[in-house]
Design a protein around this ligand. Structure first.
Ligand SMILES: [Zn+2]
Length: 261
């Protein structure tokens, strides 16, 4: 008899727990839309990990809708193609990435006609981004950590245009993902504003030192370092520093703007 009384209560408990869990994670971290079937979006794109990455390295994910997941896959693939051509391929931090990208533009490696054509298209689009005289480009237009290497005495050096819009979108994704994973918060655009600084602000030692003293390390692995400092009262308000492949540095700030509705 006792079991008969207690069992329904116990079950109810389970149902309540399940429901509250569902409510918590049915929203896409990126577009904030509610969605029945969420996918796992990788904080650092899967394809950006170098060959030397140990299998024990945790690949962090957060919930996103399929539409956002697909959209960001395209952005990240495009960025990887460009960025992996601007880092020394022998560098341990990017080992294997350049070769994979080279193969992905090689028509003769196509599995079938369709695949061969898509590789050829990728190569042609890549060529359109090339610029002949990067030495004429103003210094503040280079990504932090990249730019002209004075040790390379080659007049045939080429430059590559990286679309700012895509780099900004990628940085926003990281900001939203880290805010969710670290503080369990969604960034509502009606209340908060994300400000991205990629090459617009030079990173000086004093600024880095000041930030380091207030921040905690959210991630430290062979591919990326992420540090974050957050406001105690409202942990959505924060500053995030990201460094990928020991090269690409991105800063972002989440601010509450009183002018926003
Ligand atoms: Zn979404």
């Amino acid at each position: 008899m006792l079991i008969n009384i207690f069992l329904p209560i116990y079950l109810m408990h389970i149902i309540i727990i399940c429901m509250s869990d569902k409510n918590k994670s049915d929203k896409c971290v990126l577009c904030l839309k509610k969605c029945d079937k969420l996918t796992k979006e990788h904080l650092i794109p899967k394809s950006w990990y170098p060959d030397s990455t140990p299998s024990s390295v945790q690949r962090l994910t957060f919930p996103s809708c399929k539409k956002c997941n697909n959209e960001y896959s395209k952005i990240e693939e495009k960025l990887l193609t460009a960025l992996s051509h601007c880092i020394d391929p022998e560098d341990e931090a990017v080992k294997g990435l350049f070769d994979k990208q080279k193969r992905s533009m090689n028509q003769s490696k196509g599995r079938d006609n369709k695949d061969a054509n898509s590789r050829q298209n990728k190569k042609e689009n890549f060529r359109k981004q090339l610029i002949n005289n990067p030495k004429d480009v103003p210094q503040n237009a280079f990504l932090t950590g990249f730019g002209i290497d004075e040790n390379i005495q080659d007049d045939n050096i080429l430059g590559l245009l990286i679309p700012c819009e895509e780099l900004d979108k990628f940085s926003e994704k990281i900001t939203k993902g880290v805010t969710y994973l670290d503080s369990d918060k969604y960034i509502d655009p009606d209340q908060y504003q994300i400000e991205i600084s990629i090459y617009k602000k030079p990173i000086n030692e004093a600024m880095l030192h000041h930030f380091n003293s207030k921040s905690t390390t959210f991630l430290s692995s062979n591919i990326a370092t992420i540090k974050r400092s957050k406001q105690r009262k409202d942990p959505t308000i924060s500053s995030i520093y990201l460094k990928i492949w020991n090269k690409l540095e991105i800063w972002s700030k989440v601010k509450k703007d009183s002018l926003l509705k």
